[in-house]
Design a protein around this ligand. Structure first.
Ligand code: BES
Ligand code: ZN
Ligand code: ZN
Length: 494
């Protein structure tokens, strides 16, 4: 979808549809809605009155304009009570409005920068982002593509002095949404196409297009670096593993060096500890962390944050075969730590551990954040819409919580109790890769923490929100693109 910013006024827009916002519990229409109502000779307020439109957040209705203004339809979206308005209300409202516009067959839509009370730049960001996220569909594998597709979005800001802020906000919102949809596409695509070699190719393409540094290490090179945990997971698969390293260097004085690490299991069968048919169904999504890394790296040059960012992915399948690792095997990590395999289905932490070692040893990262569909236990703890956050550095955790809040994504910090460390004891190796069932998300976090040492590190367990079974206010069921926007907000705030 093409995005433009224009000065309006909205009611003269020649697009197929225009979108205005309305607040709950207000007697008269105001701002853009009032001007559109006037241009329609009061038709809008009449319809809203007759329908008893309550203007609850993201509730939508529409009217046909019968030639009274150039746009064929006016879409009205509820914003809830004026005093309760947040950027997330704006984002969800724009999303709902764009979905309605699309379903009505509109190809071009003009939308008011909703949410008057909030800063213009963030409103424009939220409106644009919400609109693009809401209109997302995934039909790459369908013969019949839907004809209904919004091709052009105009973000309208009548106030000339504010136009610059609005333009900048809309542009950032577009980059954020674009990155999110890029991750969604990768995760929604099936594992027979999205294998480690494919992820490596995508990384190469991104590097070329976005002028990033890229290195891809094959099995032999990973062997040389001593990545025994990563290669152990890869042992059972016919697909060759790839270790991917993308890097973004800001212009000017170099600042901090952040590593973002994504779990890149392109399919998780469980390995010899095979998952049930039901448990395996979704497991093409086990590379959601990797998809987020690729999406983030691709967006960085357009956002130009002033941190150096390294994107790391240890990409492999987790498959059972005669060559696969067995329960009871002992593997050696890049930093020399030995790990006994208690369960081959706890593979994510193994691949991430070697990626963390690489971030410390080869990248010299000042700070690391990993994103992983790591445990079913995290979904049990927080439900399907919220990521678990773990960290050995409270300041880092606080900054990530704030970033998630600004991004409109849900994150909740969980503890890393020292007492639970003994759950990872092994009789034969330094650690076992699994502990008891209770507190499984914490155990996984504690395992990763051992490899981070005293380097500031945070872990986002995205097993729930990376992929959802129901439509959400900002997208259809399936891949969500979490936590791309949180991480972009985080990197931009450095
Ligand atoms: N990829 C799964 C975690 C997962 C489960 C993600 C459900 C999304 C939805 C991970 O590799 C896994 O299998 N974890 C095991 C760990 C257990 C064996 C300690 C789990 O959560 O059951
Ligand atoms: Zn697994
Ligand atoms: Zn997994």
């Amino acid at each position: 979808m093409k995005v433009d910013v224009a000065g309006g006024p909205l009611e003269t827009s020649k697009t197929d549809a225009i979108v205005v916002g309305v607040y709950a519990e207000e007697k008269t229409l105001r701002d853009a809605a009032a001007r559109v109502d006037k241009a329609l000779g009061g038709q809008l307020s009449e319809v809203l009155e007759a329908e008893r439109f309550s203007a609850k957040p993201a509730h939508v209705t529409h009217v046909h304009t019968a030639g009274r203004i150039p746009a064929g339809r006016v879409i009205v979206v509820g914003l809830g009570k004026r005093v309760d308005l947040t950027l997330e209300t704006v984002r969800r409202a724009a999303s709902a409005a764009l979905r309605r516009a699309r379903d009505l067959g509109a190809k071009s839509v003009a939308i008011d920068v909703l949410g008057g009370r909030l800063p213009a730049r963030s409103r424009a960001h939220a409106v644009t982002e919400g609109a693009l996220l809401g209109a997302y569909t995934f039909d790459r594998y369908k013969r019949e593509k839907s004809e209904k597709r919004v091709e052009a979005l105009t973000v309208v800001e009548a106030d000339t002095p504010r136009r610059r802020e609005v333009t900048e906000g809309a542009r950032t919102g577009e980059v954020f949404a674009d990155a999110t949809c890029f991750a969604r596409d990768l995760v929604n695509s099936p594992a027979n196409d999205v294998h480690p070699t494919y992820l490596a190719k995508v990384a190469g393409d991104i590097a070329k297009e976005a002028k990033l540094g890229v290195k891809v290490f094959d099995r032999a090179e990973c062997q040389k670096m001593g990545m025994g945990l990563f290669l152990g997971v890869a042992a059972g698969s016919e697909q060759p593993p790839k270790f991917i390293h993308l890097s973004y260097t800001p212009s000017g004085r170099k600042r901090r060096r952040v590593a973002v690490i994504g779990k890149g299991i392109t399919f998780d069968s469980g390995g010899l500890d095979l998952k049930s048919a039901e448990g395996m169904l979704r497991m093409k999504d086990d590379m959601s962390g990797a998809a987020a890394v690729l999406a983030i790296m691709r967006a960085l040059p357009r956002l130009a944050p002033s941190v150096e960012v390294h994107g790391l992915i240890a990409a492999t399948e987790n498959m059972p075969s005669g060559a696969a690792i067995r329960p009871g095997d002992v593997l050696r990590a890049m930093n020399g730590t030995t790990v006994e395999i208690g369960n081959t289905d706890a593979e994510g932490r193994l691949t991430l551990a070697d990626a963390i070692c690489y971030a410390i040893d080869k990248v010299g990262a000042d700070e690391m954040v990993d994103m992983a569909t790591l445990t079913g236990a995290c979904v049990v703890a927080l439900g399907p819409l919220c990521s678990g956050l773990f960290s050995n550095d409270q300041k880092l955790a606080d900054r990530l919580v704030e970033a998630a809040e600004n991004a409109g994504e849900r994150v909740w910090q969980l503890p890393l109790f020292d007492e639970y460390r003994e759950n990872l004891k092994s009789d034969v190796a330094d650690f076992n890769n699994v502990g008891p069932r209770g507190g499984g998300a914490i155990t996984a976090g504690l395992f990763l923490k051992e490899f981070a040492g005293d380097r500031p590190w945070a872990h986002l367990d995205i097993a729930g929100p990376a992929f959802v079974e129901k439509d959400t206010p900002t997208g259809p069921k399936g891949a969500t693109g979490a936590p791309v926007r949180t991480m972009l907000c985080y990197l931009m705030s450095q």
